[in-house]
Design a protein around this ligand. Structure first.
Ligand code: NAD
Length: 491
């Protein structure tokens, strides 16, 4: 009997109002292993009303910022205790190797410590003005009901990047995880209930973009939408949110370049490229999917990279020996396959992989071989669009100026890597590359205190760091008259 997950809205377990469910499919064996409530506009209204009530009345708005922070820190403790269960659900839902999911769960607790600690350090300012007339000061106030819409690749991590600062700022939240991976977010909701958050402060709805997501984005009582997902989804949501002047944060896709200079420590750079494109099967927003090699090191670099990615063990994501798990869902598998077929048909050189992987230990899962293409048409889809899979395209450059031009020749701007031992060059490039993150001689570093976000088509707004809390606050200017007698302005 498959597990049935329930919503938590207003502190209570619920099914969807229609009592309909959809399947959670395990990408390793292709089996349905759980059922998830299929929400519609009625469920959305119910959740928004609960969140609105919790924002306006009851205990939550009466708590001091320090008390809110203490609740967040408690939530972080519970996540550490439940990390194994949460990581198990996430691996079952997404196929991400358990060896990657577990540290992500324990690490994510830091977000609650950080924003719990930050909650009572948000301060207004006293604005210089004439004290004989007025005292003017600012305060920061929460927005109201925040809708947090998340993708399927790292559901809990991405939800927490939104929930923790939103709650620290005093908002209430409704989370809508992806229809492809909802169970870990449903389980995460228990953490907030058990940590003692008042009912209605954190709620969850699950379902499909049009019948559930759209109703949330367009609901008049939602003050802000914070979205992580594809640029297509982002475009629609941004347009819909604009109709009712909602605030929006957009964390979208990328086509991140890695520039490898001949003076780089070659093996480090190879490891950085592997980390960029083959961890989580390339299904990460900062995937370093375009590699630019200085011509003199091309052969040596590609030989070393190919050696390290061939014959990696593929299989069950719960097996500690597995290095490559399945692609997260059928839709994504088909999409990646399409990129492989069209790139091979175009005559590009396939340096490694390029096929659907087959083998006895691969269950009925969707496995793609780690793939490297060279001699790719730089205007082709695989060179320009986000694949969101283990597919790397490799190009060459001769000079630093060329490398910079190639790196910036994309509508995206999420992340970039630079590998060189020439530090002045690294610093020059880090300023000139148009992306929200630049890694130098490392890749994929992340820290709660460091802001993350996109330039250009990769989105706007920032998550993490102190500035993320201001994405969930608005500034009020308060004027206090200090005159005993207020003169008539017409005389
Ligand atoms: P997606 O846009 O298809 O869906 C994301 C979420 O939005 C899901 O919950 C989905 O149900 C919902 N949604 C989609 N269209 C909607 C609509 N019209 N109205 C309301 N809700 C809607 O994205 P995905 O395929 O789940 O995720 C992969 C994408 O996410 C990739 O492009 C990846 O780069 C991006 N991503 C970005 C970051 C980042 O921080 N920039 C992090 C992780 C993933």
């Amino acid at each position: 009997m498959n597990e049935r997950f329930q919503l938590i809205i207003n502190g209570e377990y619920r099914n969807s109002s229609s009592d309909q469910w959809f399947d959670a499919e395990n990408p390793f064996d292709g089996e349905c292993w759980a059922h998830v409530p299929r929400c519609n506009a009625e469920d959305v209204s119910y959740a928004v009303n609960a969140a609105k009530q919790a924002f306006e009345s009851g205990e939550w708005p009466t708590l001091s910022a320090t008390q809110r922070g203490a609740l967040l820190i408690k939530a972080g403790q519970l996540i550490r205790q439940r990390a194994e269960r949460l990581a198990t659900l996430e691996t079952k839902d997404t196929g991400k190797r358990f060896a990657e999911s577990l540290p992500q769960m324990t690490g994510i607790a830091d977000w609650f410590d950080y924003y719990g600690g930050l909650a009572d350090k948000v301060q207004g300012q006293v604005i210089p003005s004439n004290p004989e007339l007025v005292v003017n000061y600012t305060i920061h106030e929460p927005l109201g009901v925040v809708a947090a819409i998340t993708p399927w690749n790292s559901p809990i991590m991405i939800a927490v990047w939104k929930i923790a600062p939103a709650l620290a700022a005093g908002n209430t939240v409704i989370v809508k995880p992806s229809e492809h991976a909802s169970t870990s977010t449903l389980a995460l909701m228990e953490v907030f209930r058990d940590a003692g958050f008042p009912s209605g402060v954190v709620n969850v709805i699950t379902g499909f973009p049009t019948e559930c997501g759209q109703a949330l984005v367009t609901h008049p009582d939602v003050a802000k939408v914070t979205f992580t997902g594809s640029d297509n989804g982002g475009r629609i949501i941004n347009t819909q949110a604009a109709e009712s002047f909602k605030r929006v944060t957009m964390e979208l896709g990328g086509k991140s370049p890695q520039l490898i200079f001949e003076d780089a420590t070659l093996e480090n750079a190879v490891h950085g490229v592997i980390s960029g494109i083959f961890l989580s099967n390339g299904q990460t927003c900062v995937a370093g999917s375009r590699v630019y090699l200085q011509s003199s090191i091309r052969e040596q670099f590609l030989n070393c990279l190919r050696d390290k990615i061939q014959n990696l063990k593929m299989g069950d994501p719960f097996d500690a020996e597995t290095r490559i798990g399945p692609i997260a869902n059928t839709m994504q598998f088909e999409r990646i396959k399409g990129f492989l077929e069209e790139t091979i048909a175009s005559g590009a050189t396939c340096i490694a992989g390029g096929k659907v992987a087959q083998g006895d230990n691969l269950g009925r899962g969707h496995f793609i071989e780690p793939t490297i293409f060279a001699d790719v048409d730089p205007t082709s889809r695989v060179a320009c669009e986000e694949v969101f899979g283990p597919v790397l395209t490799v190009f060459e450059f001769d000079t630093e100026d060329q490398a910079l031009e190639l790196a910036n020749n994309t509508p995206y701007g999420l992340a970039a890597g630079v590998w060189t031992s020439n530090i002045p060059r690294a610093m020059r490039l880090s300023r000139k590359i148009r992306s929200g993150t630049v890694y130098i001689n490392t890749y994929r570093a992340v820290n709660v205190a460091s802001p993350v976000g996109g330039y250009k088509k990769s989105g706007f707004g920032r998550e993490n760091g102190i500035e993320a809390i201001y994405e969930y606050l608005q500034t009020k200017s308060i004027w206090l008259g200090t005159q005993d007698v207020v003169p008539n302005p017409l005389t």
